[in-house]
Design a protein around this ligand. Sequence first.
Ligand SMILES: Nc1ncnc2c1ncn2[C@@H]1O[C@H](COP(=O)(O)OP(=O)(O)O)[C@@H](O)[C@H]1O
Ligand SMILES: [Mg+2]
Length: 214
Amino acid sequence: MDKAYFITATGTDIGKTWLTAGLLAACRARGAPVRALKPVMSGYDPARHEDSDIAKVGAGRTAWVYAAPLSPDLAAAKEGKAIDFDALLSWCRGEIDRNDGLLLIEGVGGAMVPLTVRHTVRDWIAALGVPTLLVCGSYLGALSHTLTALAALREAGVVPAIIVVNESAGSTVSLEDTLASLAPHVGGISLVALRRDDTAGVARLSETLLGSGT
Ligand SMILES: Nc1ncnc2c1ncn2[C@@H]1O[C@H](COP(=O)(O)OP(=O)(O)O)[C@@H](O)[C@H]1O
Ligand SMILES: [Mg+2]
């Protein structure tokens, strides 16, 4: 059961960390070995560590954690640094190789957020070659954001294994309508809908991840 999944999204605040933390809890509840990585993070305040994505998914602090609440390339630049893309890849590959359970890799921001002057998150996903979950919302405008992210990922050779349609807070568009509109445009990719605080839905998704060969 050595499996890794990359969790990306159409943007920031869509639910990557919520989903990752929920999947961790669901896997642990059924005794399945699981852990999560948050390799790249911006907006990290050590004084509020407990509120950080790193703490929420129980990940260790890596070399690519930055203070400024900006895209990772800009946050690194504010510290006079640049993300070493090759070093990030080899670190992730090492973690994937030595993994002996389910490994969840939370991305950063959306699928097209810049990491370096030459790379965005989609290049990171493509280089790792692990199955991907694309998390999207149900807010008005989410359909275009989702299909745009999907097209961008495809252009880099990444076809998500699953699109997680995560109900947005206060959404004026129903989850059902969002699914109905997306379905004919996603080329058969499986769509998983999650309502607000849908721990049962996350538990079902965890079983899919643990059990399937995707
Ligand atoms: N399905 C959901 N039910 C309840 N709260 C959610 C759900 N999805 C996201 N949230 C909340 O929305 C906020 C943003 O989600 P988060 O997972 O931090 O986004 P991301 O990691 O993509 O930036 C957080 O407060 C998170 O707990
Ligand atoms: Mg997050």
